[in-house]
Write a protein that binds this ligand. Structure first.
Ligand code: HMH
Length: 221
């Protein structure tokens, strides 16, 4: 089995769950304009909590890159990801006030708590860089593919949601995800079979958590 494009191999193998995460009804409902605004507000509030939890997660990847990577440009890319999180947190605050969502009183739902706990487990120093960067790529790629789909020709995304879709669906973010994927592939190429199987499991876990996260936002709770 070739190791040169592990991510492509895994995406083929786990196509169903990947499509489940990137073409979830929540996203399809944004795309066809039928999204219930209370679902969108629930997503906004819950994702703010998740994005805040992503800061130490990305910081842990930066630390692993500094210790384990042979290429200093890895750190530049991860640092730009951290800077984007800073921007994103400010965006969530202004978007929430626009929609009348009170971020300080948001209670995280179970799927969100589970996902944040998973992020924390990947922060452990025991998790190899190749495994953690695979998780980081998958987390970002799901949002990129999902929201870009809402902006494609033929989509009927409501005007007031287009800015949200642009945040993750823009071409610059697409390039960022491709660069992360290249880094992941490069490190997976030289990884042991043991690390490879851990990375594959992490990838599936991310996709499952993403589906649960969308489910939580679509639900009536
Ligand atoms: C749940 N997954 C979730 N939220 C996000 N903001 C991203 C991925 C992308 O950063």
């Amino acid at each position: 089995e070739g190791k040169s494009e592990m991510i492509a191999t895994w995406l083929k193998k786990h196509r169903l769950i990947y499509t489940g995460a990137t073409r979830h009804p929540f996203i399809l409902n944004i795309r066809d304009g039928s999204i219930d605004l209370s679902s969108f507000k629930r997503w906004l509030a819950q994702d703010y909590i998740f994005v805040r939890a992503s800061v130490p997660f990305v910081a842990s990847i930066l630390l692993k890159a500094w210790k384990e990577s042979d290429d200093s440009s890895d750190m530049d890319l991860i640092l730009s990801g951290m800077a984007a999180l800073n921007d994103e947190i400010a965006w969530f605050k202004s978007e929430a006030s626009k929609w009348g969502v009170a971020l300080h009183s948001v209670v995280p739902h179970k799927a969100n708590l589970d996902y944040c706990r998973f992020l924390e487990s990947v922060m452990s120093p025991d998790i190899e860089y190749a495994v953690a960067i695979t998780a980081f790529w998958a987390i970002e790629a799901v949002y990129q593919e999902s929201f870009a789909h809402c902006l494609e020709d033929g989509s009927r995304t409501p005007e007031e949601l287009k800015e949200t879709c642009q945040r993750w669906g823009n071409t610059g973010f697409g390039q960022f995800c491709r660069s992360l994927r290249n880094i992941a592939n490069r490190h997976l190429e030289k990884a042991s079979d043991d690390v490879l199987s851990k990375a594959e499991v992490i990838l599936i876990r991310v996709l499952e958590h993403e589906v649960e996260f969308w489910n939580m936002c679509s639900g009536e709770i």
